[in-house]
Design a protein around this ligand. Sequence first.
Ligand code: NAD
Length: 409
Amino acid sequence: MTAIKGGACSKGTEILRATQQLIKKTVDRLELPSAVYEILKEPRTVVGAALPIEMDDGSIKVFPAYRCQHNNALGPYKGGIRFHPDVDMDEVIALSMWMTFKCAVVGVPYGGGKGGVTCDPLQMSQREIERVSREYVRAMASVLGSDKDIPAPDVNTNPQVMAWMADEYSKIKQAPSFGVVTGKPLTAGGCYGRKESTGRGISIVTREAAKAFNIPLDTARLVIQGFGNVGSSTAKILADLGCTIIGVGDITGGLYNKSGIDIYKLLEHVAKTGFVEGFPGEAEVITNEELLTLDCDILIPAALENQLTGRNANDIKAKIIVEAANGPTTAEADKIFVERNIPVVPDILSNSGGVTVSYFEWVQNNYSYYWSEQEINQRLEEKMVEAFYNIYNFYCSKCKANNYTMREA
Ligand code: NAD
C-alpha cells in the first residue's frame, strides 16, 4: 500500500493518494485528534491471491485477486467485488476506505471492505466467470463470513456472481450461508428492490436536497449523465415524482429537450438497443460535454469518476450537484464549486441506498424472515432522509460558513 508521496503511479495509486489526502485535510479541518488520521489512512488487512483458472480452451490463466478490509469499528467489513482489467491493490484499498465512510454516513452497522480480480469478464465465457467467482471464495474464505466480511456486486459482477459465491462458501462451511454476500438473486436469498435501491436512494436525497436548497422539485429541470442501472432507475423514479428531465446521456452521447424527455419511452428504447443513441422520441442530440454544461437546476452525474473537473467546473450551470456515480467530481472541481457556491451532495451520502438495501438483505438472511418490497422501500426512505439531514445539518452548523464542503461534513 502507498503512503502519501510523489512519483509516477497507477490510477489506483492516484485514487488512494487522493483519498488519504482528503482524510488528512478533513481530520485537520474538523480538528480531530491526529490518531484518527493515523488509523484511517491505512487498511487493517489486505489479502492478495493468485487464482489459477482453467479456461474453456483447456489453458490455465492466473488472475491476481484482492480483498481489503479497511476498518471494522462499526461492524463487519462490507463492500463489493469488482472484476476489471484495471483492478490493482491500491484501487481496492481506496475503494474500501470509501465504504467505511459510506456505511458510517448512512448509519448501517458495517465497516469498509472491497475486493477485486484483475480480469476482463467481457472477454470471458459465463463458465470462466463462474470458475473465477468460486476460486475467489476458496482463496478468501478464511477472511469472509456473515459476521466478518460481506461482499456484494460491483463493476462487472452481478446477482449471478453473488449466487455462485454464496454457494461456494456454503459448500466450504457445509451449511447454507446466504448472509456471506448480498446482492443475490431473489431465489437465492436476495432482497426485493435491491436492483433499483441505489437509484431510489439518490432520488430520495435529490428530493430532500431540492427542499433544503430551495429548489421546487415540480418546476426543477434535471440533467442525468449515465443511463445504466443507477442513472436509469434514478431518472424513472424522479420522473414519477414529477421532475422534468431535460438532458440525459450515456457513452454514446447526450439528448436534450427543454420541455422534458419522455423517460418511459427512453427506457423502452434503451431496453431494446442498450444505448440512448438513436432515441426515436423528441430530443436534440448533444455531446457529453454539452450535457454536463446545460442550463439546469440539478445535475446528477451517474456514469463514472472524474467527470466534473478543473476543465469544465466553471461552465457548470446547475444550482446543485447530486453525485450518483462514485467519485465524479475531482478535488479541483470541488474547490471551484465552493467558490461558485454550488453545493455538491457527495457520493458517499447520495449513492448509499445500495449498501443500505444490502444491509436489509443481510438482516433478512440472518433471521430467515423476509420483508415485502413496500417494507424495504419504506425503511430505505427513513434511512436516507435521516442520513441526508445528519450531514446537511452538520454542514449548515459547522461547515458552510468556513467554506467546507458537504463532502467534508
Ligand atoms: P452501469 O454500467 O450500469 O452504467 C454506466 C452508465 O454510464 C452507462 O449508461 C454508460 O453508457 C455510461 N457511461 C460510461 N462511460 C461513459 C462516458 N465516458 N461518458 C458518458 N457516459 C458514460 O453502471 P451503474 O451500476 O449504473 O454505476 C454507475 C456509477 O454509480 C458508477 O460510478 C458506480 O460505481 C456507481 N455506483 C453504483 C451502484 C450500484 O448499485 N450499481 C452503487 C453505488 C455506486
